[in-house]
Design a protein around this ligand. Sequence first.
Ligand code: NDP
Length: 293
Amino acid sequence: MILLDGKTTAESIKENIREELDTHIHNGLRRPHLVAILVGNDGASKTYVDSKERNSRALGFNSTVLRLPEDTTQQFLIDKINTFNSDPEVDGILVQSPLPGHIDERVITQTIVPEKDVDGFHDINMGKLAKGDEGFVSATPLGVVMMLKAYRIPTSGKHCVVVGRSNIVGRPMSLLMSNNSEYGNCTVTLCHSRTTDLGHFTRQADILIVALGKPGFITSDMVKPGATVIDVGITRIEDPGRKSGYYLKGDVDFNGVKEVAGHITPVPGGVGLMTIAALLSNTFRAYKLNMGL
Ligand code: NDP
């Protein structure tokens, strides 16, 4: 079994960006600028936004985090996004989800201009992905493909089974893997909560990508020997014995499945780190397009 290490893979992607950025800075260009907007006080969201800010800065990007109170109105948020949309020195904008219930997330994702939509949630970017055109791809699925590429795991002609069909992970993941591209060309099965006999499908997977949010759900009897298993799931499990009060668990029963799989991602230390690297990569791409590079 080979462990797919998100830490070293993400570091090497970031190092490549850093090197290329150094050249642009040396030539007198400005730095890329990522804006993250956080509405409310959700603990996990705060952690994610802090991590995005820390990683952006560490790479030499400019980073702005706009922290807004829980009772922010939808119109106020739209006005803020539009200010960033029209600022030529802002390259990427993201609004951390989930948003408070009184704000319509669908409206917000369509407010960010597609050229700055580094999360890839805008209908235009989702549509481009569905058609196999170049646009911004949601960071988690993109990070998974970057991981497969880094470990040179062949995808062409393989059977990829994706569990979960959310718009931010499962569905774009299934599109990416089925697209006619170097790290696509899979035959894809997309499973969800209405799938009958899930194990029947997961056992056929050469590449099994799991994003359902149920800790330890995929057990060794559901995995084909030698398969590549990508665990996107991250659930906080309360643990008063730890300083943080919790630990993170994936959707895959790691200890059991690692005995069967050919390759497997750990949680933490797998897809989560790749998601950040993919977001930075999207931001750098938005910067280069914005600067005409
Ligand atoms: P959602 O809750 O939006 O989607 C979950 C999906 O899983 C749904 O499509 C649902 O089906 C499906 N599902 C639920 N139960 C079952 C079941 N018993 N059998 C088959 N399918 C099932 O979650 P997300 O996609 O947003 O996130 C999934 C997980 O990934 C979470 O743990 C989340 O924290 C994590 N995540 C990790 C990221 C990272 O950076 N590593 C980034 C984003 C998410 P249906 O559509 O029918 O309801």
